[in-house]
Design a protein around this ligand. Structure first.
Ligand SMILES: [Zn+2]
Length: 288
């Protein structure tokens, strides 16, 4: 049997303020998922994945990623404090335990003839004006205080989201298919033309200052872990009532169509699908 496709997997990664002193193997302050700023009651639009498909390539399935975060200062031995984060991934299907947050993932498709992108006034690592070729929080407008209290784009105090690019084809609210699980958001979509698939996650960030979280019958809120049968996310919010959405992202599995040496497609037997679609700006040609 001839192999006609190869499988590949991609996942969101971006600027992470908690690794800035360490960096990864390439010296980059990059972590899994895209950080969501803490400024509350704002709808953030995160471009989780940008996938360029050629003819006969397939988007097979998607997984969702979101975390709950509690960010605080903790005392250390010499009387100083250290910034510390407690964070867990949301893995309980459909969990929506923070009444003032929401998360919605949307998949869009666009023929691959990209309009020219314009740089924005606040562009930086993982924070890009209107549209991006790599995972990022995209913005239409943003504002930063004179002295931001957090690094990178996380210190913003005002933000508006740009319109989504492409045609929405699928939408899913809350984490239904955590990317750590075997179950996946099954899509199986084969490209009929070169196209760009984007996976967005819209996040409304919560406001712990105005939130009321019941302690669920535990005196003084002590030892909430003794309550059995509650999802871990609910226990986390009981322990840390100030939790917010920390990160979101997505994971995709693709199958790339292979070609014979003469250029014929091994999936559909077409003699040739034409040259690979151009990446980036193509003002003078139309991709059918
Ligand atoms: Zn083909």
């Amino acid at each position: 049997m001839t192999t006609t496709m190869i499988r590949e997997e991609v996942a969101s990664a971006g600027f992470d303020d908690f690794v800035q002193l360490v960096g990864d193997g390439f010296g980059q302050a990059v972590g899994t998922g895209i950080r969501v700023p803490p400024a509350p009651n704002i709808l953030y639009r995160v471009l989780c994945l940008v996938l360029d498909l050629g003819v006969c390539d397939e988007l097979v399935h998607l997984g969702q990623f979101a975390t709950l975060l509690f960010d605080r200062s903790l005392p250390v031995d010499d009387g100083d404090t250290v910034r510390w984060r407690d964070q867990i991934p949301i893995t309980t299907e459909g969990w929506q335990g923070l009444p003032d947050t929401s998360t919605t993932w949307t998949v869009t498709v666009q023929p691959r003839a990209q309009p020219r992108r314009i740089a924005g006034p606040f562009d930086q690592d993982t924070f890009v004006f209107e549209d991006s070729d790599t995972p990022a929080l995209v913005y239409e407008t943003a504002h930063f205080p004179a002295v931001p209290t957090m690094p990178g784009y996380l210190g913003l105090d005002a933000y508006t989201a740009p319109p989504m690019r492409g045609q929405p084809i699928l939408s899913l609210r809350d984490v239904r298919y955590a990317w750590t699980r075997n179950e996946a958001w099954f899509i199986r979509r084969r490209a009929q033309r070169p196209e760009r698939v984007r996976v967005y996650c819209d996040v409304v960030q919560g406001n712990p200052a105005t939130r009321t979280v019941p302690v669920d019958g535990v005196p003084g809120g002590a030892l909430p872990e003794v309550i059995t049968g509650l999802p871990p996310e609910t226990r986390f919010v009981q322990v840390f009532p100030g939790a917010i959405v920390g990160k979101v992202g997505a994971r995709a599995v693709l199958q790339r169509a292979l070609q014979r040496a003469d250029g014929a497609c091994l999936v559909c037997d077409a003699p040739r699908h034409g040259p690979p679609a151009p990446r980036g700006p193509t003002p003078d040609r139309e991709v059918a």
